[in-house]
Design a binder for this molecule. Structure first.
Ligand code: PA5
Length: 459
């Protein structure tokens, strides 16, 4: 299983001002955590609780449909293009980047075993979009438009551009190159896909975007690239079983949730840094940032009191950001908890040849890049301890579908528990909806005229 090491948040390691008396805290919060976990599990099937993501690993039907479709289109496409924003894109991107060899799109078709290249269009920068359109042969591109609401302006605008271009280039056949992933009952994309006859996958009710990675939103792109999605969901299920344990001493998601919560409210650590020592896990940091920010950054608590909760998540990459951010983390404000994300065993080993005799560098010769990478992570951790900066380490034994399933699910449960500790709704996003509505108003959507007038004043 994935491991959590929280030694370096203890007061005996980093001092009482910044560290926690963790045994006392675990005892103090034992009952609260027990109640939170029990409630999460007993409420997960209740409509309106937004907890259906806890069942996604067990959704054999989706897994079957996704696998069936992936098998049907195998060898048909050179490219997959995902159109989606935030939770409708980041999960799939995090999993693909973790599980495909780095620089996948630059490999030859043979090196990719005939599986397609994958592109994520999670922005609407016109320069980016035009360049992407120029490099994709649309006849050989499968476009997956993903939106739960079915109306997000950015995604629908992207889709309109693509659909028009595809229809012009492919004629009526263009429909075979489009898949919609959306809500079963509502939204314009749902209507459109029924009318136009696109292959459609559904996001279950009570699954919000950032918790949708184990629905068709994440599983379909991954399956299209030949990744074993059942290994992923097996990881999810095994982690789910482990995290059903209501005793904080045996539940790593609860431990990390409580540590982050206390670091914020008791020790003033307002920033949570996610720092993988793995290029392949770098998008997991992006995904975590969205999960942490959008779930926990809330104005009001469940009693409708103004609380303005949430830590600011920051992504960093080892070793790259040792040479960019660590100076600040060590010597700047002591307002962060650093999450190291480490890999037990890399897929490959690379030797550093013994080719120079200069004493300043000859010590490297004959060692491995792997050893250097680990030494860099250890050294960064040691220096954080010297400066009394709290840090925890999550270790993924190996980057496999199974462990990626475990890891992402662990973060989801951790986020849900942290939300409960803050007493906020971790599954809404009124602050995002507000700016979405302003965009509709600015772009002249019918029904948003009042907002449009109000905005004229504001801007
Ligand atoms: O996590 C979330 O709920 C958001 O990030 C959404 O995924 C994002 O805003 C896109 O929304 P939609 O899927 O409705 O297009």
């Amino acid at each position: 299983m994935i491991e959590l090491n929280y030694r370096n948040i203890k007061e005996e390691i980093i001092g009482g001002e910044n560290g926690l008396n963790i045994n006392a805290e675990f005892d103090a919060y034992k009952d609260t955590i027990h109640k939170i976990i029990a409630e999460l599990n007993s409420n997960k099937d209740k409509p309106g609780q937004n907890l259906q993501w806890m069942n996604l690993g067990y959704n054999e039907e989706t897994i079957w449909y996704v696998k069936e479709y992936a098998a049907m289109v195998e060898n048909r496409f050179d490219n997959i293009l995902i159109l989606g924003m935030g939770g409708s894109s980041l999960g799939a991107q995090a999993v693909c980047e973790a599980l495909l060899p780095p620089y996948w799109n630059h490999l030859t078709k043979e090196q990719r075993n005939n599986y397609p290249r994958i592109f994520f269009l999670d922005n609407i920068d016109p320069d980016q979009m035009v360049s992407m359109l120029n490099i994709l042969d649309l006849k050989k591109t499968l476009v997956n438009v993903v939106t739960k609401s079915g109306s997000t302006a950015e995604v629908m605008a992207q889709f309109m551009v693509l659909k028009d271009k595809m229809e012009k280039e492919l004629g009526d056949d263009y429909r075979k190159n489009i898949i919609a992933t959306t809500d079963k009952n509502m939204g314009i994309l749902k209507q459109l896909s029924s009318q136009e006859g696109y292959k459609t996958f559904y996001i279950p009710d009570d699954v919000v975007g950032r918790f949708s990675v184990f629905s068709a939103v994440g599983l379909l792109p991954v399956a299209l690239l030949g990744i074993n999605i059942e290994e992923i969901t097996q990881g999810v299920k095994d982690m789910d079983l482990a995290l059903k344990n209501t005793d904080i001493h045996y539940n790593i998601a609860a431990q990390n949730a409580l540590i982050h919560y206390l670091m914020d409210v008791k020790k003033g650590k307002k920033i949570s840094v996610m720092m993988p020592y793995s290029y392949r896990l770098r998008f997991i940091a992006d995904w975590y940032c969205q999960l942490w920010a959008e779930s926990l950054g809330k104005e009001k608590n469940k009693e409708n009191q103004i609380v303005n909760t949430g830590q600011t998540p920051v992504k960093a990459l080892g070793v790259t950001d040792q040479h960019s951010q660590i100076q600040l983390y060590n010597e700047g404000p002591n307002d962060k908890i650093i999450n190291f994300l480490r890999v037990g065993e890399y897929d490959t080993t690379l030797e550093i040849p013994n080719i120079f005799e200069y004493t300043g560098i000859s010590y490297l010769g004959g060692k491995t890049i792997n050893r250097l990478f680990n030494a860099e992570a250890d050294s960064t951790m040691a220096s954080l301890i010297d400066y009394k900066r709290p840090n925890i380490t999550i270790t993924v034994p190996k980057i496999t579908p199974y462990y990626i399933g475990q890891l992402l699910y662990m973060f989801e449960i951790q986020t849900a528990i942290t939300g409960a500790l803050y007493n906020i709704d971790a599954f809404d996003q009124p602050g995002v909806e507000q700016s979405k509505n302003y965009t509709y108003a600015l772009m002249g959507r019918v029904g948003y005229e009042d907002s449009a007038n109000e905005l004229k004043e504001k801007l």
